[in-house]
Design a protein around this ligand. Sequence first.
Ligand SMILES: [Zn+2]
Ligand SMILES: [Zn+2]
Length: 139
Amino acid sequence: MNERERHGRCLCGAVGLSLKPDSLHLGACHCSMCRKWGGGPLIAVESSVPPRITGEEHLRVYASSDWAERGFCDRCGSHLFYRLRDGSLYAIPVGLIDDEQGWTLRQEVFIDEKPPFYAFANDTEQLTEAQLFAQHSAE
Ligand SMILES: [Zn+2]
Ligand SMILES: [Zn+2]
């Protein structure tokens, strides 16, 4: 798919992102790391092309695992991306993006780590951790 470029920024505006989403489908991650990071589930846009970033001097990157890193603004703390260390995949929180039109929540992952006190009403594909890894190793 060839989606048009979307633009986003952090809460204070110091860091801006321009990205080409792989699609207009959003994924939600309920894993305990995402929920610690953001205080709730992460709802993100995926891009296999790195976003263009302005205000990079305010970008800080935290290595959250052996395979992934999480970026944030050092002025306001907004979360900017989750990325695989090899740069092959970025997940960018949809809340950063100015244009709210056209997105559909399609998938929920780590559904087996979702706590019982919330649930999305959207009609989504739901994958457990084991199903997610099985799908990726099959590719
Ligand atoms: Zn900021
Ligand atoms: Zn997660």
